[in-house]
Design a protein around this ligand. Structure first.
Ligand SMILES: Nc1nc2c([nH]c(=O)n2[C@H]2C[C@H](O)[C@@H](COP(=O)(O)OP(=O)(O)OP(=O)(O)O)O2)c(=O)[nH]1
Length: 170
């Protein structure tokens, strides 16, 4: 069994707006997303989230709250992605364009779902109402979702996949 690839994603939200970034290169290029990337050796997932946020848009979040756990399987790839989603409502600095991302505020009623990863339209509403979520998406290529499993949770459990497996969902 191949270990999951650990990734972070940070969504800064202030009242009616969310800070997104246009991915200029690499995985997810051309899509709007939160800020994040791979967890490196020797850092916690939360440290990685804070580091990537700063590297990609120049801001420092005061406190990051983990709100979601998303697992992605891509047909033909034995390695799953495990994305830890965080949110913050206060930060230091001014969102600034980096080599990877061009930041922009979006009103929560006009999130550009057509130009985002296709799973986002399912879990963003849970994030926007302030709840936590756990999900599994099976992709074929980068545009086509074959299987979706998503639930709102009180608390994040890192073994929700086991729950899905026990219930014959994956
Ligand atoms: N919203 C959303 N984000 C996703 C999905 N899948 C997925 O990997 N992401 C996020 C997690 C990470 O924040 C980002 C992918 O990380 P990355 O490959 O850019 O990582 P990185 O910046 O460390 O890469 P690199 O510069 O080292 O090459 O995309 C998805 O389906 N929806």
């Amino acid at each position: 069994m191949v270990a999951n690839k650990l990734l972070t994603l940070v969504l800064i939200r202030q009242c009616n707006r969310v800070l997104l970034g246009y991915k200029k290169k690499g995985f997810g290029v051309g899509r709007w997303n939160g800020f994040g990337g791979k967890v490196e050796q020797g850092e916690t997932i939360q440290q990685a989230a804070a580091r990537e946020l700063h590297e990609e848009c120049g801001v420092e979040a005061h406190s990051l709250e983990e709100i979601g756990l998303l697992k992605f399987e891509f047909v033909g790839d034995p390695q799953w992605l495990e994305v830890h989603v965080f949110t913050a409502d206060t930060f230091k600095g001014e969102p600034t364009e980096s080599e990877e991302m061009r930041p922009q505020w979006y009103n929560i009623h006009s999130i550009p779902f057509n130009d985002m990863w296709p799973d986002d339209k399912y879990w963003f509403p849970i994030f926007l109402k302030g709840a936590k979520f756990s999900g599994y998406f099976k992709f074929e290529g980068h545009n086509n979702i074959l299987k979706t499993e998503l639930k709102e949770v009180e608390k994040l459990h890192y073994n929700d996949y086991e729950h899905f497996k026990l219930n014959g969902i994956v």
